[in-house]
Write a protein that binds this ligand. Structure first.
Ligand SMILES: [Zn+2]
Length: 287
């Protein structure tokens, strides 16, 4: 089997009462995303300010929305942003949300040597642990870059799930002898960069109408509900955190949080649910 291919979890089912699940993984790239793009730092303050909108202006409103809807979320931070803007990371943790590992400077790990990849993974984990007191259990790939060794590396470093691959739309598992690693798949259809991403330095990208973007995501959410799947969008606070999108997200939560059998939760809870099923299967197998 390919080292990045996962398989379905035996006897997988959502918790009692739920037919599908949904979670929001916010990629808080901040300055790290601009640094990773290789743009000249001194002459691109407009790009940094656009990225910082997500951290300083949008993220507090996102936390308010999560509180209003009592919905836990996952926030993926490059460790550089954790060092630079620790207060907002602490605010996420204190509100009960999950911090997900997202590299140090938003590196595409497919372009790194194995040693560089491991060094950045370990160093960034320590930065998160030092600030929050909590070890991240999830990793999501900056720029959707993985190396052939990434999944093995995540397992060796004690991660419980990856959130970067696209073969499946239900949680799946990578088999390791001692403990499993789960895949909570993404989709480019559910990545807001496709709708709202812009590159200021190269004057590229475009803007979709909020109503068009949310029409697409609502259809996907309800479609995944029909098939028992996992709605796993990748949202950036500087994009979907814009006021129009944030109110559209509130409307989507209003419509789907109750009565449709959708478990709105975060990555940690989904991965822990997968672990409980997987462990129960192992216990049966051992008898
Ligand atoms: Zn990112």
């Amino acid at each position: 089997m390919h080292p990045l291919a996962s398989r379905p979890i035996d006897d997988f089912a959502w918790p009692e009462g739920f037919k599908s699940a949904a979670w929001l993984c916010w990629h808080v790239d901040g300055d790290a995303g601009v640094h990773a793009s290789g743009k000249p730092v001194d002459s691109n303050f407009a790009s940094f300010s656009e990225a910082r909108y997500g951290v300083t202006t949008a993220l507090p409103r996102i936390l308010e929305l999560c509180a209003e809807y009592q919905t836990p979320a996952s926030f993926a931070f490059p460790a550089f942003v954790v060092e630079q803007q620790p207060d907002i990371v602490i605010a996420c943790v204190e509100a009960g949300h999950e911090i997900v590992h997202h590299g140090y400077l938003h590196e595409d790990v497919s372009k790194l040597t194995p040693d560089e990849e491991e060094d950045i993974l370990g160093r960034s984990t320590e930065i998160i642990v030092k600030l929050t007191g909590q070890r991240p259990i999830g990793w999501t790939a900056p720029s959707w870059g993985l190396s052939l060794g990434t999944v093995d590396l995540l397992h060796r470093h004690g991660f419980l799930y990856d959130n970067s691959l696209m073969e499946h739309d239900v949680p799946t598992v990578f088999d390791f002898e001692d403990r499993p690693l789960f895949e909570l798949s993404i989709s480019t259809v559910l990545d807001d960069w496709q709708q709202f991403g812009v590159d200021l330095a190269n004057a590229s990208g475009g803007f979709a109408a909020v109503s068009a973007a949310f029409s697409l995501w609502r259809d996907e959410l309800l479609g995944l509900g029909h098939y028992g799947g996992l709605f796993s969008p990748t949202f950036h606070p500087n994009l979907v955190g814009r006021p129009g999108s944030l109110r559209a997200l509130a409307a989507l939560l209003d419509e789907t949080r109750e009565g449709k059998g959708i478990w709105w939760t975060n990555g940690r809870a989904i991965a822990e649910h997968c672990l409980a099923i997987h462990s129960a299967n192992e216990d049966v197998g051992d008898r």
